[in-house]
Design a protein around this ligand. Sequence first.
Ligand code: ATP
Ligand code: K
Ligand code: MG
Length: 671
Amino acid sequence: MLDPATLARSLPAALAKLDPRHMVRNPVMFVVEVGSVVTTVLAVVDPSVFAWVIAVWLWITAIFANLAEAVAESRGKAQADSLRRARTDVTARLLVDDTAGERAVPGTELTVGDRVVCEAGDTIPGDGEVVEGVASVDESAITGESAPVIREAGGDRSAVTGGTRVLSDRIVVRITTRPGETFLDKMIGLVEGASRQKTPNEIALNILLAGLTIVFLLTIAALQPMAVYSHARQSVIVLCALLVCLIPTTIGALLSAIGIAGMDRLVQRNVLALSGRAVEAAGDVSTLLLDKTGTITMGARQASEFVPVGGCDPERLASAAQLASLADETPEGRSVVVYAKERYGLRGREVTDAHFVPFSAETRMSGVDLPDGTQVRKGAAAAVMHWVRQGGGEVPDGTSAAVDAVSGTGGTPLLVATRPAGGTAEVQGVIHLKDVVKEGMADRFGELRRMGIRTVMITGDNPLTAAAIAEEAGVDDYLAEAKPEDKLALIRKEQEGGHLVAMTGDGTNDAPALAQADVGVAMNTGTMAAKEAGNMVDLDSNPTKLIEIVEIGKQLLITRGALTTFSVANDVAKYFAIIPAMFASVFPGLDRLNVMQLHSSTSAIASAVIFNAIIIVLLVPLAMRGVKYRARSAASLLRRNVLIYGLGGIVVPFVGIKLIDLLVSHIPGLG
Ligand SMILES: Nc1ncnc2c1ncn2[C@@H]1O[C@H](COP(=O)(O)OP(=O)(O)OP(=O)(O)O)[C@@H](O)[C@H]1O
Ligand SMILES: [K+]
Ligand SMILES: [Mg+2]
């Protein structure tokens, strides 16, 4: 990472960053730059080897700091270039409503709400939601993953991203974002660092560093009158050198590189963090909420059995189940239609003039009102039982047993009921929706537990199903029959208890909770609403990715802490180099502080300044790579890092400055 080629490539960017308008955002390095200007002017007016060495190395210090940032940014730039290639100009096949025909328009002219047709071979012209059909889509331009993914209308896998390619079939996409504000545009801005905002912790640290800088500035200003009083007036060049050595330049130089590198590490793992704050919060998360369907389980809930109750004829149940699902575009709904056809030979019927009741997480039911007044419903058992009783019907014995039998295996039961015009509602039976827990879940949750993170599964499903899946997946706790507002309330409750909450989800019903969570990771396969609400998107749609996100967050916090410790500690050694050098002539006793036995006062000051610059570049790889994180307690981590970076910070400069002194003392004019 520190290969000279990378450094050389980033040099022009580093030089460009010397622009004071850029530097002023980093107070510590801005002071260094002002010092460079002052010493350069003095070196021109009254040239000496010492003056020039200090001036040049102060410039190098500022450039090294910029180099750290430029190197950190360079990786993202390369990635942004490859993303830009995916953003080719495409022609969209716009659906014209009144004529039901198509019109070719440039992708850049699409507006929100437009409906476009995409068939095999077409590039999807913009971000949107599939409103009709199913297709396999190649998303490798964005995710780097070559396996095609399924995108379908309804349900939680309806979002498509502009720049991806349809491989098979035909879909109709409703455009949801304006050109120029698409996911791809956001991604490019992110990896390039263009939209990077300083995080709260970073801002706080910056203020602290600026405060320290002011304190040292005042100290130096107060030093001169005292020095004059003791007949040891100091040159402005020496004062500038002392100032730069005292202020925390190491962390000041590396701070932004550490933040960029953290974001970059996420990008390398196919996670897009839309806010740096979320990355930091990830390091402190103590509760993780996961949604069941599609996150812990495979999410392709398929009808696998119809169980009649109350003596209902199986054919009648199948027919009612299919009727209730004809217009249900969710994967569950479609699977019911398919199963009824395959198992009972029921063809999907055309029903005209019917009023369709779409599924909502709020009602937990879907169905149809036929023109003759018959109503058909299917949905969560509790919801449908309530509907039946309201419709004057009774729930037959054995219903609960049939429902519980499905739930007990971890399946989702959907109760089917009908109500003829003017008649009483009647339960027909249960649809068994099967789902499978993803592999390796228990291991990953165990790992989270070791990191001190509690996992809670939340689901709209009933408590029995939830318990069965929770047991199998090995989560710590679960919340069943959760409506969107319950998810939100649970997050608020955890947050009030002082916990930082992370949540992964993919559904539209997850959106409010994703927005409320401190870290909201939306699956790329999820709906647009989910992706917009969260502050991270996982392109691999792997819910256990959160483990890596937490590790990266912790690593970011630890790295920043370690390098701050190092920075402050390593300034201490410089007092021992510079102070004796400044006053040795008037206070010979101070020479006892000259523990490094540096050659002369000029070589001592120059060595301290040179070391101060070089240490920045030497630490760039650590800032980029991050301090290694191990799953152990926060206290023991802190102890270890204070020991290594605090002690190291004190010892390393003694050795480094001594070595540099041995070299520079040979330079005529410094010896
Ligand atoms: N298409 C549908 N028609 C009727 N009822 C449905 C349909 N899909 C789901 N349900 C019922 O509504 C309940 C709630 O669904 P919802 O999508 O809110 O939660 P979920 O998918 O079970 O859980 P998760 O929050 O993990 O996604 C389901 O458990 C099921 O009983
Ligand atoms: K310093
Ligand atoms: Mg769901």
